[in-house]
Design a protein around this ligand. Sequence first.
Ligand SMILES: C[S@@+](CC[C@H](N)C(=O)[O-])C[C@H]1O[C@@H](n2cnc3c(N)ncnc32)[C@H](O)[C@@H]1O
Length: 233
Amino acid sequence: MIPLKAPMQETLAAAVVMSTSWPRNGNFINPMCGSGTLAIEATLIALNRAPGLLRNNFGFMHLKGFSESSWRILRSRVKAEEKDRLKGRIIATDISQQAVDSARKNAMTAGVDRFVEFGVCDFSNTPVPDGGGVVILNPEYGERMGEEEELRTIYKGIGDFFKKRCQGYTGYVFTGNVELAKRVGLRTKRRLSFYNGPIECRLLEYDLYEGSRSSKAPNEIADRRLQIEKSKI
Ligand SMILES: C[S@@+](CC[C@H](N)C(=O)[O-])C[C@H]1O[C@@H](n2cnc3c(N)ncnc32)[C@H](O)[C@@H]1O
């Protein structure tokens, strides 16, 4: 994993994805993707890919009684259970080109780059296709970077993005700053606690009820931008 500012541990990202209501066959939208950890872990989970498959050395292999042939059978059984396509779309965007470049490289290393649609844009312009699913953001929370005032505006913007663009989805914000989270301005349906290193964090869940979107145009524009970005690959 190429480290970027405030990246999430893969294990934490996997736990966060598994704690969402994502049904694995819906869309998984991850604006502010940073190094792409959440989107990559979501893809691995949806593909039913066993963790550690790219690793070929484990401590238990050096224990007395380890059976190389049983291990090989187990690995091939697990590989046979992998899926080779996804039903929903996995979209990961960030305002930073550098973040998206590293997310794409990390997805390549994990062998999932062809399943993730990457784009460079403000979170509010991220395409949110019809069909529902999960939209999850891990904004900066001021512990290690970011100015509080600027972040208040961003968190309020996330609430507006959820309301205007994400109806029919379940929204999530993963943050270590509950005061900033209040700026989202929506009622939480569920709150889960996690530790990101020493920082106590919350995964906040928001039900974004289906309603008439004020306009479809922003999604169409955002989708076109994503196509342009994809064609640059
Ligand atoms: C805490 S980091 C996300 C870390 C990510 N979960 C990971 O594992 O790498 C927050 C990200 O939000 C991005 N960001 C900040 N402001 C943004 C904005 N207005 N629109 C989109 N992305 C933004 C930053 O570039 C940064 O990559």
